[in-house]
Design a protein around this ligand. Structure first.
Ligand code: SF4
Length: 90
């Protein structure tokens, strides 16, 4: 029986080019209880990194299609992803 699942390496290969590779993930994921200005500042710092990332497209598509609940992915915040219609991954 054939499977339509992509090999795992291909699913994640874009991460090799990630601007955030090796960085502290705390800038992308909120600590418990974070709100307001602190949250906006952290998300803006993450989006700035994503803005210079060569794989922000695949990263954002992955987050949308796999419905990542937490963190900034591809420059999209959690709130933005919740209000975005998932795209078809290519
Ligand atoms: S777009 Fe942002 S979260 Fe995604 S790989 Fe690039 S730097 Fe990391």
């Amino acid at each position: 029986m054939r499977t339509r699942t992509k090999p795992l390496l291909r699913v994640w290969e874009w991460q090799a080019e990630a601007a955030c590779r090796g960085m502290d993930s705390a800038v992308f994921f909120s600590p418990a209880g974070e709100r307001g200005r602190a949250r906006r500042r952290r998300e803006e710092a993450a989006r700035e990194i994503c803005g210079g990332c060569p794989v922000s497209g695949p990263c954002g598509r992955f987050a949308l299609t796999s419905r990542q609940t937490y963190g900034v992915w591809g420059g999209y915040t959690e709130a933005e992803r919740r209000s975005t219609v998932p795209v078809n991954p290519k």
